[in-house]
Design a protein around this ligand. Structure first.
Ligand code: RB5
Length: 149
């Protein structure tokens, strides 16, 4: 189950991703927004990130104008590792090395076809594990105030 959401700046790419998910028969929950009216991106990013944090959805995709604001919000939610992606290499590597459970994208940065391709890579690429597990665990330790070096 994928959690998906956006603000007005990310609406068009979110809708393109939803079309892809429908065609691929991948289940998702759309947390809005669903109109071009101006809204506050933290609300939508928080809803998607919380669904992932609670385990209600396995992964999340959040779109805004740049992908940056929603990533800042999502990374404040416990257990969320959100990465802003603009190209195929980063979409792949943030799954393989960072075990990202959320990606964010900007509707004013990439076109709809690119957004769909990056979503597809994010959904289908597994985590490499091995030494990357230790590093991802360190992120969790920092989040929990358990890290020192
Ligand atoms: C909205 O104008 C814009 O600030 C938002 O979509 C996003 O880019 C913020 O990071």
């Amino acid at each position: 189950m994928i959690a998906i959401g956006c603000d007005h700046g990310g609406l068009d790419i979110k809708n393109a991703i939803k079309d892809y998910l429908d065609k691929a028969e991948i289940e998702y929950i759309d947390y809005g927004t669903n109109t071009p009216d101006s809204v506050d991106y933290p609300e939508y990013a928080y809803k998607v990130a919380t669904a992932v944090s609670k385990g209600e959805c396995e992964k999340g995709i959040i779109c805004c104008g740049t992908g940056i604001g929603v990533a800042m919000v999502a990374n404040k939610v416990k257990g969320v590792r959100a990465a802003t992606v603009t190209n195929e290499f980063c979409a792949e590597m943030t799954r393989r090395h960072n075990d990202a459970n959320v990606i964010t994208m900007g509707g004013r940065v990439i076109d709809e076809a690119t957004a769909v391709r990056l979503a597809e890579i994010f959904i289908n690429t597994p985590f490499d594990g091995d030494r990357h597990t230790r590093r991802v665990d360190m992120i969790s330790q920092i989040e929990n105030g358990e890290f020192s070096c």
